[in-house]
Design a protein around this ligand. Structure first.
Ligand code: ADP
Ligand code: MG
Length: 323
């Protein structure tokens, strides 16, 4: 390595953000020390991105950094937590300073925009892998789990689903589009927008929540299972982007929207008597939410067309150990 580990941390990771009064000791000691404000709880999540598994070799360093942090922020959002601190365990085959400068730029752009502070980490040599642990804060007892839904609660999803999976097909060379659309879908894949503000706002209204990382049906199934329930989704209600609609056949589009991963939208359930208040609150928000179905007492996620006919999806989502 042209720079040693100590120099590397000092150059690319230390002192890149404003100080935070809750960080008593940040990068540079054996461990970090942070304050948890009275009346609040820590919410902790970890996610790793490995080259060749979670992103193709050759993905831009700033995009990798953005996504590694974004997926963790999305998990915090799904708990209704506000981002606070994170650690970064970076494993690289070599210390390429051009790559590190780009990585650091992408990382701190999102970190600063999301008000989360890097407080430590680890730097090792090996196949490229980025492991982030993110810590968020909630008022005591207000975190939203997957397990709080009841039969009859409405199911909603934020934004639109399917674009991430379309981006992946472009990245893999299986789909080609004009330049502008290409960039749009690749941005959706590589630079997801974690729904942080939406998540913390929803926490006051929803009964259960999950972020959509593996595919809408797969993730809704996890929420339903955790709640001891099933769900029924009306497929024509599932929100897709106008650009996706312009490119894909209806059948392909449904498949991408229901089973494609990498969307990082929020899927949540709302008690019927809370829906009006929630929709009122949502009016000032730039991210739309759409009602796509209802929680049911029967296990499993069933998909139906508008006329009530059952729709059988070919595949439900992504599983790292089972294809
Ligand atoms: P130790 O040997 O005590 O584990 P290290 O030399 O690994 O300490 O790390 C020195 C300091 O730099 C620690 O505070 C650690 O949290 C921080 N650090 C190491 N790697 C990173 C990184 N990639 N990003 C942020 N902080 C890091
Ligand atoms: Mg160490």
């Amino acid at each position: 390595m042209s720079v040693n580990e100590f120099e590397l941390i000092a150059r690319y990771f230390t002192g890149r953000q404003d100080t935070d009064h809750n960080v008593i000791l940040g990068i540079g000691d054996d461990a970090a020390v942070v304050n948890v404000p009275p009346g609040q709880q820590l919410v902790v999540t970890a996610d790793t991105l490995n080259e060749g598994i979670h992103f193709p070799a050759g993905t831009g360093a700033a995009d990798i950094a953005h996504k590694a942090l974004a997926v963790n922020l999305s998990d915090l959002a799904a708990m209704g937590a506000s981002p606070a601190f994170f650690t970064l365990s970076l494993c690289m085959p070599l210390a390429d300073e051009v790559w590190l400068a780009e990585f650091s730029r992408g990382l701190f752009a999102l970190a600063t925009a999301s008000d989360i502070r890097l407080i430590g980490g680890d730097t090792t040599r090996g196949p490229l892998s980025i492991a982030i642990t993110a810590l968020g804060l909630v008022s005591t007892g207000t975190a939203i789990s997957r397990g709080g839904a009841r039969a009859g609660h409405a199911v909603y999803v934020s934004g639109s689903v399917g674009d991430g999976a379309i981006g992946l097909r472009i990245a893999q060379g299986e789909l080609t589009m004009n330049g502008e659309d290409n960039d749009y879908f690749l941005t959706r894949l590589h630079r997801p927008s974690p729904r942080i503000r939406l998540g913390t706002m929803l926490a006051a209204h929803v009964s259960a929540m999950i972020d959509v990382s593996d595919g809408l049906l797969a993730d809704l199934d996890k929420l339903a299972t955790a709640s001891g329930l099933g769900a029924r989704v009306e497929v024509s209600a599932v929100p897709v982007s106008a650009r996706a609609e312009a490119y894909l056949s209806h059948a392909e589009l449904l498949h991408m929207a229901l089973a494609g991963g990498d969307d990082y939208e929020l899927c949540f359930t709302v008690a019927p008597d809370r829906e009006a208040a929630l929709l009122q609150q949502l009016q000032g928000f730039s991210v739309p939410v759409t009602r796509i179905g209802v929680m049911t007492a029967t296990a499993g996620v069933e998909c139906v067309h508008a006329d009530g006919q059952v729709y059988h999806p070919a595949r439900r989502g992504y599983d790292h150990f089972h294809h």
